[in-house]
Design a protein around this ligand. Structure first.
Ligand SMILES: NC(=O)c1ccc[n+]([C@@H]2O[C@H](COP(=O)([O-])OP(=O)(O)OC[C@H]3O[C@@H](n4cnc5c(N)ncnc54)[C@H](O)[C@@H]3O)[C@@H](O)[C@H]2O)c1
Length: 274
């Protein structure tokens, strides 16, 4: 049984991209802490699988269709969630990711990267992944007498830009900046009980970055080895490593925390390499 300050009973948590690798672990953690989780996704499949895994544990979850790049679906999903579940207390924005086309390589120098590919990465991580859901679902949350908690999933790439990863690093840096801006705006213009924070995961070996970290035979690339060597804890993150931090930021346990970007990186950002 969790300490009362960490409990989320009676709260509704929306996890965008909750069918993804990291979103699913976060959604399960929030459900285990007592929240009713609305898993949103843009196509049938992984969101339903996440919902089923949560329900199989005896916890509450539903799926709602939402394409964050299509604002109309964000508006209609938000209204449907409130109509069905009554309110939105917690929003975790997990949609995002890098694109090989917006990443430099020996074949694709920075000067050859197409503007549209960079723009797509900004649309996915900043506009669609973060700003549009914060505006649309945040509007419902702004009327909650009890306030609420928004958690944006950023990246260590936003704190320290990563070599090659040009568009994604810049987009996640903007997510961190927007997180701080919105934290101040909501606390001062709406309610000090409306909080906005971000989690900056370090390196988690997932489908979006496997092509950079693992060779075809499954062994680590030089880049993958370099990351592990520069992580004091000596390993990649596991999706479950994020769940406790998400529960803390979603719950009253962090009630005086807003505008923070919390690193979950095994010490990567604290280590100079010397
Ligand atoms: N994997 C990592 O190592 C890592 C590290 C740092 C930060 N992150 C960030 O964490 C978040 C989750 O990453 P992940 O590894 O779980 O990625 P993922 O690709 O497994 O999950 C992303 C989810 O978003 C959904 N999605 C994609 N486009 C969408 C759209 N237009 N509308 C609605 N849903 C859409 C996908 O279906 C998927 O369920 C991202 O913001 C990512 O940038 C990941």
């Amino acid at each position: 049984m969790a300490l009362p300050m960490f409990q989320l009973d009676g709260r509704v948590a929306v996890v965008t991209g909750g069918g993804g690798v990291l979103g699913r672990a976060i959604a399960l953690g929030l459900a285990q802490a007592g929240a009713h989780v609305a898993v949103t996704g843009n196509s049938p499949g992984n969101a339903e699988a996440a919902r089923d895994a949560i329900r199989a544990g005896g916890f509450a979850a539903d799926v709602f269709r939402m394409d964050v790049l299509d604002e109309g679906t964000v508006v209609s999903a938000a209204a449907e969630i409130v109509r069905t579940l009554g309110q939105i207390d917690i929003l975790v924005n997990c949609v995002g990711g890098n694109r090989p086309e917006a990443t430099t390589s020996p074949e694709r120098k920075f000067f050859e990267i197409q503007s549209n590919d960079l723009r797509d990465v900004f649309d996915l991580n900043l506009f669609g992944g973060t700003i549009v859901p914060c505006r649309t679902l945040g509007k419902f949350m702004s009327g909650n007498p009890e306030g609420g908690s928004i958690i944006n999933i950023s990246s260590m790439a936003g704190v320290i830009p990563l070599t090659r990863v040009v568009g994604y690093s810049a987009a996640k840096a903007a997510v961190d900046n927007f997180t701080r801006w919105l934290a101040v705006h909501l606390a001062t213009e709406y309610s000090p009980r409306l909080r906005v924070n971000a989690i900056a995961p370090g390196f988690f070996l997932t489908e979006q970055n496997r092509y950079l970290l693992e060779g075809e035979d499954g062994s680590l690339t030089p880049r993958g080895r370099s990351i592990v060597e520069h992580t004091p804890m000596g390993r990649f993150g596991e999706p479950e490593d994020l769940a406790g931090v998400a529960v803390w930021l979603a719950s009253d346990a962090s009630r005086f925390v807003t505008g923070s970007v919390v690193a979950v990186d095994g010490g990567f950002s604290a280590y100079s390499g010397v």
